[in-house]
Design a protein around this ligand. Sequence first.
Ligand SMILES: Cc1ncc(COP(=O)(O)O)c(C=O)c1O
Length: 418
Amino acid sequence: MPDEEEQVVIKVRDSGPYKVTGPIRLTDADGVEIPLPDDGRAVVLCRCGRSRTTPFCDRSHACRPADTAVVHAGLPAPEQGAPFLPGPVFAAPFHFEGDGGDGDDAPFYGRYANPTWAGWESALGELEGGEAVAFASGMAAASAVLLPLLEPGDVLVAPSDGYYTLRTLAERQLVPRGVEVRYVPTRADAVRGALEGATLVWLESPSNPLLDVLDIAAVAAEAHDAGALVAVDNTLATPLRQRPLELGADFAMASAAKQLTGHSDLVLGYVAAAEPERAEALRTWRTTTGSIPGPFEVWLAHRSLATLGVRVERQERNAAAVAQLVADREDVPWSRWPGLGCVVSFDLADADRARRFLSAAKLVAEATSFGGVHTSAERRARWGGDDVSPGLIRLSVGVEDRQDLLADIARALDVAGA
Ligand SMILES: Cc1ncc(COP(=O)(O)O)c(C=O)c1O
C-alpha cells in the first residue's frame, strides 16, 4: 500500500482496457476497504492525474509539471557521451533478419515505425495524458480519426466556425459516403442540441478564427451519454493550456505546425487517444494510408518542444497586451482574446482597412497559420472558407519585445485609419 503521500487515485469507468495490478487497495475516506472490480473496468490514475498507466507516482514522467515535461519528455535516459536528443533516423528498410514474430518489435520498414517518431510520440503522450500517434500534418491526423470511424448512416457533429478544411474534408469525403454532418457553432447549447444519434462530436475550443470557447468536460459528458465519441482539436491551446483527454474526450488532435513547435518551419500533426486500442487503430490507419511524418520534421519538432513553456508564457503576455490595446481603441469595433494562446482576432470592419493595417505594420508578417515566434497576421476572409467579416484580422502574437510590438500595431492601426 502506498503511503499517504503516494496515494493513488482509482476511478472505475464504464469501459476500458486498464487492469489494476500490484498491491493496491482502495479505501473510502474512513479507511474502509472497497473491493476492486476484477473485470478490467478499473483505471489507475497517477496522483498527478495525467498518467493512466503508471499506478504510482515515480516522479520520472507523468507527475512532473508540464513546463518541466516539455523540456525532458521523450528523451532517452542520459548516457555518457550521447546527445540529449538523438539525431533523426533516416531509413526506408532497416536491417531485419528472420521472420520476426513474438517479442521482435525492431523496426523493419519506415512506413511502419521509426525510432525518431517514438521519442516524439512519447513526449506528446505524456503532455496530452494519452497515447499519441504522429502524422504528416494536422489534416492527416484529423483524417485518421474521421475517415475510418464514420460509416454510412453515422452522424458527425462538427464546428461551423472552426478550422475550415475540416468542413471541406467532411463535404468531400464523408457526405458523399452517406455520413450525416451537423455543423454547429462553438457553444455548449448548440452542440447539445445536435447530439441525438451522433456518432462522433468534433470540438475546437478555442475555435479558429473567432476564438469561441466551450466547456469541453460538460459537452464531452453529454456526448458520451448520447453514445457519441468526442474528439477535440487542441491546436490553439496546446497541451500546456488544455488537456482534452482529462476533460473526458476520447481523442485530442492537433496541428503541430503551430505553437507546439513554434518556428514556422515544419508541418506535422498528431492524435492522442485515451484508449490504447484507439491509438493502435490510428497507427494501423497511418501504416496503411501512408500518412507518416518525416523523421527530420519530427526531430525538429521534438527539439522545438523544449521551449514551448517559455514561448507560451512570453506569447501570452504579449497577446494580453495586444488584446488590451485593440480593445481600448474606438476604431476597432470587435476584438477577442480568450485569455490563453497567442491569437488575438479583431475586426477592422472592411477589407481595405484590414489590408492597409497589414501593409503598414512592420513587425507583423502577413502570413497564414499561427503560433510562431514571429508575429504574423492575415485578413482571414481572403481564403473564403470562414463566415467572417471582410475586415477580420487574425493576429498571432510572437515573442518580440512587447513595447516594440504595441507601438508597431498602434501605428499601423493609425495608418489604416477609420
Ligand atoms: C485549428 C486547426 N486545426 C487543424 C489545422 C490543420 O493542420 P495542418 O495545417 O497541420 O494540416 C489547422 C491549420 O491551420 C488549424 O488551424
